[in-house]
Design a protein around this ligand. Structure first.
Ligand SMILES: [Fe+2]
Length: 286
């Protein structure tokens, strides 16, 4: 299969509902009308039900039950509600198993949500002004795997052999064997779905953050978020063992003080424990 054929497969996926991009845009608008945002979500009754269920999960620690989207935005804030909505929309793609990557059902979902949580944590730590954008970048950075998974099935041993015998990173091995690595496929996918250019770039550059030009900080955050979740042993299918950490990201984000990353890692482990319900199942948390 050629690169063009792989990219053509993007069109065979059910398109991400346009509401995802509309919601992300709403979070950037200082004059946003909250009732309009609530209406956008309520147009999809299934998503509304799932979103309310997620808001009421222990992770968000609300004292009383949330029963409407308006109430949820009031209690959790617009950005948090949009974050949950986008997570639910992405789960339609990320939750099924990705055999091409040796990832069991739910593994890609787990590692993606964990990377989102890690990215938000890093963003707050280095005072990046848009922590919820960082979350979305972390969540979506491995979307390309869902397109490549089928193709990689038979080629996985060849890719692994290259990483083991020649010591090259997983992304480069993917390029040599498949013709295009998953970050580029993921970026093409998000571009097709009209996601903001900075998010597309962060997905494209999450293994090579130094090549980002629009918003290098976001790419460094995505890269480190990936590395932290790998360190915690999440999403170790296929590429985990051949992951190359770009130390420049630690310096670029000002997190190079001795012991700082260890503290962050411990805090992430704690947050992931709290998010256990969410990580277990994209919809019900059970
Ligand atoms: Fe990746």
């Amino acid at each position: 299969m050629s690169v063009a054929e792989i990219l053509a497969q993007i069109d065979s996926l059910p398109p991400m509902p346009a509401v995802a991009v509309q919601l992300l845009e709403a979070t950037q608008d200082p004059d946003v009308d909250l009732s309009q945002v609530a209406h956008l979500i309520e147009c999809d009754p299934a998503m509304t039900a799932n979103l309310l269920r997620a808001c009421n999960s222990p992770f968000y620690g609300l004292r009383r039950e949330v029963t409407s989207i308006r109430q949820a935005t009031g209690l959790l804030g617009l950005k948090q509600v949009v974050q949950i909505a986008v997570t639910l929309l992405a789960s339609r793609y990320l939750a099924p198993s990705q055999e091409g990557y040796d990832l069991a059902p739910g593994e890609l979902w787990k590692s993606s949500v964990a990377a989102g949580i890690a990215a938000e944590l890093l963003a707050r730590e280095c005072r990046y002004p848009h922590p919820s954008t960082a979350y979305t970048a972390g969540l979506l950075q491995d979307m390309g795997k869902i397109v490549l998974a089928e193709r990689l099935g038979g080629l996985l041993p060849q890719i692994r052999k290259l990483t083991e015998e020649q010591g090259i990173g997983w992304e480069e091995a993917e390029r040599q064997v498949v013709g295009i690595p998953h970050p580029e496929v993921g970026a093409a996918l998000l571009e097709r779905w009209n996601f903001p250019a900075t998010l597309v770039e962060a997905v494209r550059c999450h293994h090579h953050p130094a090549s980002a030009t629009l918003d290098p900080t976001l790419s460094h955050i995505s890269h480190l978020a990936d590395a932290l979740t790998m360190t915690l042993g999440m999403g170790l299918g296929g590429d985990g063992l051949a992951y190359h950490l770009d130390e420049h990201s630690v310096v670029a984000l000002g997190l190079d003080r001795p012991g700082r990353m260890d503290i962050l890692l411990a805090r992430l482990a704690e947050q992931l424990q709290q998010a256990e319900d969410l990580l277990r199942s994209p919809v019900t948390g059970h």
